[in-house]
Design a protein around this ligand. Structure first.
Ligand code: ATP
Ligand code: MG
Length: 427
């Protein structure tokens, strides 16, 4: 026998017993986004590599070592998207959606990063992202944070901590960068190899180091907040005041730098202590310089993305019960002659009761084995359309979950019976 083929390491199937949890999250996001006036956008999964090198930054973990990059048959360099912000902006620019207008958009889908697979960290993972374009002030920053806070409430997730920082403008960050390079250069022996390299390429990223041996060095480093000028200070202060008024708790974390180069001013993360090292379930920030970086006219932007797998892991840790969708009735069709009539009748029932979840038996077999399948489907009722019933224009009904005697009804009485039993509207 040939070896069976397995999924790629770090890429997972969501099996039928898992998908109700995915749908639960997706449905909540869909209706919430709509209620705030955000429209869904869907982008391709593959983009020109240049889109990511230009936006995320050449000297970031993602671009340096995590992207799935390959040549297509024309020799063009393509990349499986590692995140959605750049693609979303590319699409908005390409379709002239940023021309003298603001946009509020959201998307969802798979992202790809060649990371070391572990709990909360996969090579194909899924994000839901929300982005707003053309709005420079802190009002939209606040709206996005409020939207995410409401989402946690609706999902039944409490205990997430909101961490907040300002990365300032490009000029402020550049002044800070000089101070940081001076500071770390004074302690070269305390820098690990990675950080020594970062010192030359992208010193802010040293602050994001997860190496515990560097923790105290990092803790004593200069903080960016001290380098903010009036405009950035006011932006952050307004954000904080409004969050205070709205009763949304946050922690100012001056070390929060984020792993992508395009951020400026507001950055934030929602963090849990339930998932160990992979504690960030949602992260985002402002990226006012990004549009010009990928070739458009300067347009402010802000967004965030949440990792669906990590959100689901939080729901699991909280033992949040998500009920799978139920099958109302299973149609048993014993005897070959009942199949065609049965399937046709099932269609009529579905027309009559749009909310009905009806599974019709396919694949033949005797009454006993069909009953077994009916039971396994989770259906509440078995509807039996045998040859006797068919001859009399009737149907037998057996409750699979309660001790109730089997009954027989006329076929045309069934829609009303099911509507009554399951509280369904008749068409
Ligand atoms: P981390 O610091 O955990 O690597 P990141 O800064 O790389 O995260 P972002 O690029 O900001 O993450 O992505 C936003 C969110 O997407 C993260 O907060 C997380 O929930 C999720 N995410 C990122 N990478 C992965 C991954 N490899 N597997 C699962 N989820 C991920
Ligand atoms: Mg990462």
């Amino acid at each position: 026998m040939r070896k069976t083929i397995q999924a790629i390491r770090g890429m997972h199937d969501a099996l039928p017993d898992q998908t109700p949890r995915w749908q639960f999250v997706e449905n909540k996001v869909r209706s919430l986004a709509q209620s705030y006036g955000y429209a869904e956008i869907r982008m391709p999964i593959v983009e020109p590599t240049e889109l990511f090198t230009r936006s995320i930054g050449e000297v970031t973990d993602i671009v340096e070592k995590e992207m799935y990059t390959f040549q297509d048959r024309n020799g063009d360099s393509l990349t499986l998207r590692p995140e959605g912000t750049a693609s979303c902006l590319r699409a908005a620019l390409q379709h002239g959606m940023l021309h003298n207008q603001t946009q509020r958009l959201w998307y969802q889908g798979p992202m790809f990063r060649h990371e070391r697979p572990q709990k909360g960290r996969y090579r194909q993972f899924h994000q839901i992202g929300v982005e707003a374009y053309g709005i420079p002030g802190p009002d939209i920053d606040i709206e996005l944070i409020m939207l995410s806070a409401r989402l946690w409430r609706e999902l039944g997730i409490d205990g997430l901590e909101l961490q907040l920082n300002s990365l300032g403008s490009a000029a402020e960050r550049s002044a800070y960068r000089t101070a940081l390079v001076n500071y770390f250069s004074d302690h070269p022996d305390q820098l690990d190899e990675e950080s020594q390299r970062r010192l030359r390429t992208n010193p802010l990223r040293i602050l994001d180091s997860k190496n515990p041996e560097m923790a105290s060095l990092i803790a004593n480093a200069p903080v960016l907040t001290d380098y903010l000028q009036t405009e950035s200070q006011t932006h952050l202060a307004t954000l904080c005041e409004t969050l205070d008024k709205a009763g949304i708790a946050y922690t100012l974390n001056p070390r929060l730098v984020r792993g992508l180069d395009y951020y400026c001013r507001t950055v934030f993360e929602w963090v849990t202590d339930l998932l160990g090292a992979q504690g960030t379930v949602c992260a985002g920030g402002r990226y006012d310089g990004l549009v010009s970086q990928i070739g458009g006219r300067d347009t402010p932007g802000i967004g965030f993305a949440m990792g669906i797998e990590r959100l689901l892991e939080v729901l699991d840790a909280k033992q949040q019960n998500i009920t799978p969708p139920t099958v109302h009735a299973y149609l048993i069709l014993p005897g070959e002659r009942t199949v065609a009539a049965g399937l046709t009748f099932a269609e009529k029932l579905r027309d009559a009761l749009p909310g009905l979840a009806l599974q019709a038996h396919c694949g033949g077999g005797g009454l006993k084995s069909q009953f077994k399948k009916a039971d396994r489907s989770g259906a509440h009722l078995a509807l039996i359309l045998g040859e006797d019933e068919l001859a009399e224009n009737s149907i037998s009904i057996k409750n699979l979950r309660e001790e109730i005697d089997q009954t027989t009804l006329k076929l045309d009485a069934l829609p009303a019976y099911l509507a009554d039993t399951f509280n369904l509207e008749q068409a």
